[in-house]
Design a protein around this ligand. Structure first.
Ligand SMILES: [Zn+2]
Length: 380
């Protein structure tokens, strides 16, 4: 073990420069060619380790990277992540990879180009140490930040996770270097209310206001939130009406719904349907649209908790206290748990302020987390 850890420590500078290369390539959803470029660099590194690498190109959308390497034993480990960021083209040029003290800044440096870097160098160190007893599968998506709008990434995650002994998602470490054993699912349903338009002066009584109906519905939706079971509803965007002197015949709200279990997700949708079915303002009707599950919940399973014990034990060997948490954000680990694979999320980099211009990674965390991942992959 000492030799493996020393090997990882010696890779610090190479990790930083690899990360710099990735961060300085824009790979948002407006830049499929950037995602493709990142995929080829990551895939190149995996090919050096003798992985069979496939690039799944979705023209005009993005590229996913799928790679396999056979080991000498039967155990199956999968490492997942995403290569896209949520920053538009031009961000990398405007604020490129920059180091100040022990922190590095730049688009996606933490979420999650840092995590990808950690995974690659942890594997490289393992293979250089002569380790090869497990079958390893890698799936890095190219469109996670917008919940895979144009690809079948969720099916791919499920398909390839089936039968795996362990899945590690390289998302950012939770505060205090914790890992996640559960995460919420997420849907953005929309309530669309249709009413009857009428002149606000001459015919007010002949109208049916979609806006007033929506106002009642928003209060009802808001009241569905149940913090004790982790089921939340946020009415985030409303639209409706055209002019002040007409009764609005249209109003809508986009809701962010989050839930800890598949059953709670179904309960939440059911509750929305009930609210939609009951009109307070006669003459209005309401439809529930856009029920696509953006992310399925990463349910806290027995398998996740067992895998966590393995990770925690490796942390202890490194002198680290690795706590477990359940996160309110969503991730692709939901799909791998749905496939029945024990999964741990947030095995990735240390840092803070994801999705903001102030996002940073703690550079010394690269080696720390690569050690944790390498030992965990070995210990599964
Ligand atoms: Zn992420």
């Amino acid at each position: 073990m000492e030799q493996l850890l020393k090997r990882i420590e010696a890779k610090h500078d190479k990790m930083v420069s690899f990360l710099e290369t990735l961060v300085n390539i824009d790979s948002g959803n407006d830049c499929p060619e950037g995602v493709a470029k990142v995929a080829r660099i990551v895939g190149g590194k995996l090919q050096e380790m003798k992985f069979d690498v496939e690039y799944l190109d979705y023209p005009g959308a993005c590229t996913h990277l799928l790679a396999h390497k056979k080991g000498t034993g039967d155990k199956e480990v999968m490492i997942i992540g995403h290569m896209d960021t949520l920053f538009p083209v031009g961000t990398a040029a405007a604020r490129p990879f920059t180091i100040r003290d022990d922190k590095a800044y730049g688009p996606g440096v933490l979420d999650m180009k840092g995590g990808i870097t950690i995974a690659l160098f942890a594997l490289e160190a393992l293979y250089e140490s002569g380790w090869n007893d497990k079958n390893v599968t890698i799936l890095f998506a190219g469109d996670e930040e917008f919940a895979h709008p144009k690809t079948n990434a969720p099916e791919l995650f499920e398909q390839h996770a089936r039968g795996k002994d362990a899945v590690f998602n390289m998302e950012t470490a939770s505060a205090g270097r914790a890992v996640l054993v559960g995460r919420k699912g997420n849907i953005h349903p929309e309530l669309i209310v249709r009413g009857i338009s009428a002149h606000a002066g001459a015919d007010l009584d002949k109208g049916a206001s979609a806006i007033v109906e929506l106002a009642h519905k928003i209060i009802a939706v808001n009241n569905l939130t149940d913090f004790s079971r982790g089921l939340t509803f946020n009415c985030g965007v409303i639209k409706g009406g055209t002019v002040a002197n007409a009764v609005a015949d249209y109003a809508s709200v986009v809701i962010d719904m989050r839930y800890l279990t598949v059953a709670d997700g179904e309960y939440g949708i059911d509750s929305l349907r009930k609210i939609a079915a009951q009109s307070v303002i006669p003459g209005t009707t309401t439809e529930v649209a856009n029920l696509r599950e953006r992310f399925t919940p990463m349910e806290v399973t027995e398998g996740n908790l067992k895998l966590y014990e393995i990770v925690k034990e490796q942390g202890r060997k490194l002198g680290l206290d690795i706590e477990k948490k359940v996160g309110g954000g969503a991730s692709d680990a939901g799909w791998t748990v749905r496939a029945g694979a024990p999964s741990i999320c947030s095995m990735g980099a240390l840092g803070a302020l994801n999705h903001s211009e102030r996002e940073y990674i703690v550079l010394s965390g690269l080696v720390e987390r690569a050690k944790l991942l390498a030992l965990s992959v070995d210990a599964v």
